[in-house]
Design a protein around this ligand. Structure first.
Ligand code: KE4
Length: 425
């Protein structure tokens, strides 16, 4: 039995599924998850001492790579001054000022400890601000595990949602409408049917939780137009895309101004940090100013804020995104070229520093197309790449991430590993 397998067996005795977040359990791809002992730059080492080029990066936060020296130093220095105060600190103000400067659609921002807290709070704020109960999300998009967002499509496209998790009351789920991603007409129909009942539309501006699905230009434009027309708030869930797809996040990349935005992952540089923010007239509804309650013991935690500040400053360096985007593109082009050479049905695409790989002829543009891709082929590829020392997301329905620490040699080694796998058929 390997050390990984020993640890997994031991972990399952005290932690549900042996993991603290379901996707880590490898249930989608099979086998025992790898327990990581340490990471440095683009690499991680598992409990058996095997190293991998890491394309998960803790699901997006590690845009600088593992154990970035400047980030580690900032966290150590902050820790030496106290781990938490439950009181305001100057660093939180500096981070808030930096976030509103980098995200022009945000006049104000509230720091929280996770992406889930950010989206859960943004939904409550939208409902409080509009006085409406109904929200709209899209099949295949994930916005954290807030009750109103663990909802799947109802029986008919325009009917109320049903819980996608036990423990979510049907009475709550029915206030969530679940539509098809990239279906602008479906959105227009929903607004016509539900007119002034919709408080907000929450969307991943680039979907990354059903593998990567790029938005159609008319889709994002329709979201903005319909929300404005009907007095609903447009919430861009940029927890994954924030500072990942470009310096202006997805809203900057596509030129769409949401009313509220949520962030996580990169903004904390690997430490627990989320944020939600937007127009001043909306944000002033948040307690203690307004009637919408939201709170958190560790919100704005000094160590998370220290990591976030260093990360946001380093990714603002000249050429950072050009280099990250080019390296991510060379990865997906290399993988697709290797598959084509060996006649393997495969495609791949990237947006900034995130990417998707698909065992399908073309990159999917909808949830239905993603579900039609060859999951078994992906699972075989995943394990073959893992054996070859490349750690991809352990699910056919997740996006991958490249960091500034990934080198051209890492990309070449990854493409070579895939080429050898595709050659074996
Ligand atoms: P957290 O609560 O996990 O920090 O963020 C939730 C969240 C919100 N919005 C988007 C667009 C997200 O992608 C996420 C979390 N992403 C997953 C990756 N698919 C986190 C990994 C996990 O659940 O363990």
């Amino acid at each position: 039995m390997t050390r990984n397998e020993e640890l997994f067996s031991r972990a399952q005795k005290t932690i549900p599924g042996g993991v603290n977040s379901p996707v880590r359990a490898f249930r989608s791809v099979g086998g025992a998850p790898r327990f990581f002992a340490r990471g440095e730059g683009s690499r991680v080492w598992d409990a058996d001492g095997k190293s991998y080029i890491d394309y998960v990066g803790s699901w997006g936060p590690l845009i600088l790579g593992h154990a970035d020296p400047d980030t580690v130093r900032a966290v150590q220095e902050a820790a030496a001054k106290g781990l938490s105060f439950g009181a305001p600190t100057e660093a939180e103000v500096e981070l808030a000022e930096l976030l509103v400067q980098r995200v022009p659609s945000m006049d104000m921002v509230r720091l929280v400890s996770s992406g889930t807290e950010a989206t859960m709070s943004a939904i409550r704020l939208a409902r409080g601000f509009t006085g409406r109960d109904m929200i709209v999300k899209f099949e295949g998009c994930y916005h954290g595990h807030g009750d109103s967002l663990l909802v799947k499509a109802g029986s008919g496209l325009l009917t109320f949602g049903n819980p996608s998790s036990a423990g979510v009351p049907a009475d709550l789920a029915r206030h969530t409408l679940v539509l098809d991603y990239n279906d602008a007409q479906g959105l227009k129909d929903a607004f016509l049917k539900h007119l002034k009942s919709i408080a907000c539309v929450i969307v991943e501006p680039v979907a990354g939780n059903m593998n990567l699905i790029a938005p159609k230009p008319e889709f994002l434009a329709a979201l903005r137009e319909m929300c404005t027309l009907h007095g609903a708030l447009l919430i861009f869930d940029e927890v994954m895309t924030g500072f990942r797809v470009g310096p202006g996040s997805a809203q900057g990349l596509y030129g769409i101004t949401p009313d509220l935005s949520t962030f996580g992952k990169v903004v904390g540089g690997g430490m627990p940090l989320g944020a939600f923010g937007g127009r001043r007239d909306i944000m002033e509804k948040i307690a203690p100013l307004g009637p919408v309650y939201q709170a958190g013991t560790l919100s704005g935690n000094p160590l998370s804020v220290a990591a976030g500040l260093v990360t946001l400053k380093k990714i603002a360096a000249a050429g950072f995104y050009e280099s990250l985007t080019a390296r991510t593109k060379s990865l997906v082009e290399g993988l697709a070229g290797a598959a084509r050479k060996h006649g393997v049905k495969f495609s791949a695409q990237s947006v900034g520093g995130m990417f998707g790989v698909y065992f399908a002829d073309q990159p999917p543009t909808s949830y239905a197309e993603v579900m039609a891709s060859d999951k078994d082929a992906f699972n075989r590829f995943f394990h073959a790449m893992l054996d070859a020392g490349c750690y991809l997301a352990p699910s056919a329905f997740e996006a991958g991430f490249v960091s500034a620490a990934h080198t051209d040699a890492d990309i070449a080694a990854t493409v070579a590993a895939a080429d050898a796998i595709f050659a074996r058929g």
